[in-house]
Design a protein around this ligand. Structure first.
Ligand code: SAM
Ligand code: SF4
Ligand code: SF4
Length: 387
């Protein structure tokens, strides 16, 4: 077991690291195969609608809340290329998940644009169909560093939308947060390139850490207001086991909205779809009504307001393990079925009971944990299962 000694300002913290990646559960093919019905529900009545696929566990940033430099250093055991699902394997699984009712596919990582020729995967996924006969809603989350180079090819390959992560406009703050000295200007150029390529509904995700970048909330809101880009503020989460998360560094969304409303008029909006993670707020005009030309913001209250009750998301790790929750400690190994010669019918039949037996609702349960509870060491990292 590796150990991390963090240079925390208050007291020295030692974070034990356990590699959970290989501790997967076997996916079992039932004796009697069942054809997908296009509608799988779990034990809490939640349908399977959204599949997030991590295409690489590597990243060119070292955001302290996700891949802290002290852990993800040159000795970190990233997965070898042979362990990664190939584009063909990903596409095959995606097709089976669509047959089970998935409508939306998000490519993520690590940094997905580091995966060579990602546009080829996008083209393969864009050619698939949902049970309604429509193309899947295909989107990508990226740190934006390679978007200037990639936006056009991704759009041409069939990508519908993109979400870019950006934690502030102040260059010093942002360079410190990504911890590789990457400038804000290059991410903004990436967002521009995405607009220019015709990608629609561009979103920007800002993880807010109290005392680190919360003073950037208002400048970010002002910058993106009326630009057609929707800014979403994410509460800093206790995901993974390496970021040294502390509750006092979380800025609750309610407080964030209060701070913004002191400067910018905002009105609550209805959710766009069931299972939507963000609570929406629209910029208001002089009469106090939402002005669509000014756009909207979103707040994702992953810590202070659990949204497990309608969580319809499954996550496929870089090496083909199916995770049912961001905070799960184990995945279900689908790669051995793929590589063991199982038929489509057998793999689809193995996926069904995994979702049907799902009862995960970590965020709902978190509120019943003691306020000073720290995350256990057994969780997988977000860079591995994808955000
Ligand atoms: N590298 C890409 C990026 O940064 O957009 C995609 C992968 S990243 C894991 C996906 C999203 O998770 C990003 O928006 C990132 O800001 C968010 N994220 C990572 N760690 C987080 C944490 N501890 N709390 C909240 N959000 C986090
Ligand atoms: Fe990389 Fe994204 Fe994690 Fe930052 S949040 S370290 S960009 S994977
Ligand atoms: Fe979904 Fe798990 Fe997050 Fe709850 S904690 S919203 S079940 S991923």
């Amino acid at each position: 077991m590796q150990q991390l000694r963090q240079n925390a300002p208050m007291a020295e913290r030692v974070i034990p690291l356990v590699d959970q990646r290989s501790a997967a559960l076997r996916a079992v093919v039932p004796l009697h195969a069942q054809a997908p019905t296009g509608h799988l529900v779990d034990t809490r009545g939640r349908p399977l609608r959204d599949l997030r696929i991590s295409v690489t566990d590597r990243c060119n940033f070292r955001c302290s809340y996700c891949m802290p430099k002290e852990v993800f250093d040159k000795d970190y055991p990233y997965l070898p290329h042979s362990a990664l699902l190939s584009f063909e394997e990903i596409t095959r699984l995606a097709r089976l998940f669509l047959a089970h009712g998935v409508r939306k596919i998000r490519l993520t990582g690590g940094e997905p644009l580091l995966r060579k020729n990602l546009e080829a995967l996008v083209a393969q996924l864009a050619a698939l169909r949902t049970v309604d006969g429509t193309p899947p809603d295909l989107t990508l989350t990226t740190n934006g560093s390679l978007l200037v180079r990639k936006a056009r090819a991704l759009k041409d390959a069939g990508l519908n939308r993109v979400t870019v992560s950006l934690d502030g406009l102040d260059d010093t703050v942002f360079r410190r947060m990504n911890d590789v000295d990457f400038p804000v200007a290059d991410v903004l150029a990436g967002i521009e390139a995405a607009h220019a390529a015709g990608l629609s509904h561009i979103k920007v995700n800002m993880v807010v850490k109290r005392g680190t970048n919360d003073h950037e909330i208002l400048p970010m809101a002002r910058h993106f207001r009326g630009t057609g880009t929707t800014l979403r503020f994410i509460e800093y989460m206790d995901v993974g086991a390496t970021n040294g998360w502390r509750m006092d560094e979380v800025l609750p969304s309610a407080e964030l909205i209060e701070r913004l409303r002191a400067h910018l008029p905002l009105v609550p909006l209805d959710p766009a779809s069931p299972g939507e993670t963000a609570e929406r707020w629209g910029y208001a005009d002089a009469s106090g009504r939402h002005d669509p030309a000014l756009g909207e913001i979103g707040v994702i209250s992953s810590v202070t307001q659990a949204f497990c009750h309608d969580c319809n998301r499954a996550r496929l790790s870089t090496e083909g393990q199916l995770y049912l929750c961001l905070f799960a400690t184990q995945g279900h190994d689908l790669r051995s079925l793929l590589r063991g010669g199982a038929s489509d019918e057998a793999i689809a039949s193995a996926i069904a009971p995994i979702w049907q037996n799902r009862s995960d609702r970590y965020s709902e349960l978190r509120s019943s944990l003691p306020a000073d509870a720290t995350p256990g060491p057994r969780r997988v990292e977000m860079s591995y299962i994808g955000g």
